[in-house]
Design a protein around this ligand. Structure first.
Ligand code: CMP
Length: 134
């Protein structure tokens, strides 16, 4: 089915000047950018976005990292977009990410891992609405 998913190019990848290279991977895989914005998240915005992780030990580091510089937030649309995006990203920990994936090629650590992508249709809807409204 045609789906939409939320993709964030994180501060590490924005700072490395690879927004274009990452978007090219999405486009070559048949995903279309249907909305996008470059923005500096406030602490409150980052905390709200990652609220499901509030009790996790890495929450504070994650929030501090996500507000360390601008992020590129986009909505990707296409056939099977949620799974396709996750496949292109590779595993959360770049050390475990398959060769040729975005995280294997651009990420340094589990926090500075270049990209975020929604993990399911329900979270995709919530995450898209969080940044772009209904
Ligand atoms: P992301 O897909 O943006 O969702 C939550 C983020 O928390 C994740 O990518 C990682 O960057 C970060 N994180 C840090 N430590 C962990 C961990 N142990 N497990 C999962 N995510 C982690």
């Amino acid at each position: 089915a045609i789906e939409r998913t939320l993709s964030i190019i994180k501060p590490d990848a924005v700072a490395k000047n690879v927004i274009g290279e990452i978007i090219t991977r999405f486009e070559k895989a048949g995903l279309k950018v249907v909305n996008a914005t470059l923005k500096q998240l406030t602490r409150a915005e980052a905390e709200g976005f990652y609220a499901v992780h509030k009790e996790r030990p890495f929450f504070n580091d994650l929030v501090n990292f996500m507000i360390s510089g601008p992020v590129f937030v986009q909505v990707l649309e296409g056939e099977n977009a949620i799974a396709k995006n996750r496949e292109l990203m590779g595993a959360t920990d770049p050390k475990k990410a398959a060769p040729g994936t975005i995280r294997a090629d651009f990420a340094e650590s589990i926090d500075a891992n270049a990209v975020h992508g929604s993990d399911a249709p329900e979270t995709a809807a919530v995450e898209i609405a969080y940044f772009f409204g209904k």
